[in-house]
Ligand binder design. Structure first.
Ligand code: 3PG
Length: 396
């Protein structure tokens, strides 16, 4: 029986055809919204979305659901805790739309510096205003701070360097290489930046990162670009900063963004002349959408063929201290069961396990990760199992 894939957002036809040709049943319903998804997804194995929200009701209602793919980078529109509770894989397509987002970030910088949207609006109204629009500062030699130095941040850095800007970056880990300078703490650098471009995922740490305190650090007339997620900025604090310091802002995302592709829009930012908003189009170039769709198809293919989930975002992280047992054994039926039976006596839970076989198939290596230590006696007992060649037990 073929797997059912529900695509609940726009998706290039070419890649839907590839899915169908490879034996998948594709249900293409790009107009679905968060509230229609629980019913539409109830019988599917895989859901593919862009910005459509996958809420808990969808995940709970879809009994066969095994995999949700975010055809894009950010996964904040998927209820990951609900997916974790049901053992539903969540994967994304990182890096595939980075160039498109970086191009938009550069476009917003130029648009603000040259006031391109106002130029166009005036022209369409029959107004000539060369005097006003001849007052741009230029981007060359300006200090640009990139907040979030992942795939997108790096693409912005490359383009900004070509513009002759001084590029600084900040990330969770230290920024090295790429010809940019790490700026450590925000307090050190924000006061000297002419332009700030945000490229952060939305997490508990980044939510409302740009609050009143952060805006206090900005230089007057600074330009802030946000092509990441609306919630990293406190919009009230932004409006105050515009009032107090004449900050300019280019946003591809804002609070209360409509879920659909067309319709009315309303935002507290809409009448402010210092704010330029694009319609969440960062990822929406043909090239980027093709790259994302191809990656989506690859994830599904690999999942079907080998059970491996590429870019599996809700896999438990093993950053915490843990214990690792590596057992080399003759690859015969029942060996792993025998090892696990001994571990069970210590009431230690196995968290992760992988068995890999040497060429020729005679010997295998079984790696078992756990959060608690095993007793010395237990390890000795495992070592005495007949097919065991050797073992090691370490704290990682
Ligand atoms: C992403 O996270 O990849 C971007 O925000 C793109 O969103 P979209 O697929 O809705 O255009």
């Amino acid at each position: 029986m073929s797997l059912k894939v529900l695509i609940a957002d726009q998706f290039p036809e070419k890649y839907m055809n590839k899915m169908t040709e490879s034996g998948l049943e594709v249900i293409f319903q790009p107009k679905l919204g968060e509230n229609d998804l629980p019913e539409a997804a109830k019988d599917v194995d895989i859901i593919v979305v862009r910005s459509t929200k996958v809420n808990e009701a969808t995940i709970n209602n879809a009994e066969k659901l095994n995999l949700i793919i975010r055809a894009g980078a950010g996964v904040n529109n998927i209820n990951i805790p609900a997916a974790n509770r049901k053992g539903v894989y969540v994967a994304n397509c990182p890096g595939k739309n980075s160039i498109a987002v970086a191009e938009l970030a550069m476009g917003l910088m130029i648009s603000i510096d040259r006031r391109l949207p106002d130029n166009v609006a005036d022209f369409r109204n029959g107004v000539w205003n060369k005097g006003t629009y001849s007052k741009a500062k230029g981007l060359y030699g300006k200090n640009l701070g990139i907040i979030g130095f992942g795939n997108i941040g790096k693409e912005v850095a490359a383009r900004a360097a070509a513009f002759g800007m001084n590029v600084y970056a900040k990330d969770i880990s230290r920024v090295e290489g790429y010809g940019v300078k790490d700026f450590g703490e925000m307090e050190n650098i924000l006061p000297m930046l002419d332009i700030i471009s945000i490229h952060l995922p939305l997490t508990d740490q980044t939510k409302k990162l740009f609050d009143r305190n952060m805006f206090k650090l900005l230089k007057p007339n600074a330009i802030l670009i946000n092509t990441s997620r609306a919630d990293v900025i406190d919009e009230d604090a932004l409006l105050e900063a515009i009032e107090e310091k004449n900050i300019f802002c280019g946003l591809d995302v804002f609070a209360g963004e409509p879920e659909g592709k067309t319709g009315e829009v309303s935002s507290k930012l809409m009448n402010n002349k210092n704010i330029y908003v694009s319609h969440h189009i960062g990822a929406s170039t043909e090239q980027a959408q093709d790259a994302v769709a191809e990656e989506t198809f690859n994830i599904i293919k690999e999942f079907i063929n080998s059970g491996v989930i590429a870019h599996w975002v809700n896999k438990a992280k093993w950053d915490d201290e843990h214990y690792q047992l590596v057992v080399k054994h003759y690859d015969k039926p029942g060996v792993i069961a025998a090892i696990l039976n001994v571990i069970k006596k210590d009431e230690v839970n196995v968290e992760e396990m992988e068995n890999e076989v040497f060429a020729g198939g005679l010997v295998a290596k079984c790696t078992i990760k756990m959060k608690q230590s095993l007793k010395v006696d237990t390890l000795q007992e495992i070592g005495q199992i007949e097919e065991i060649i050797n073992l090691s037990f370490v704290q990682v």
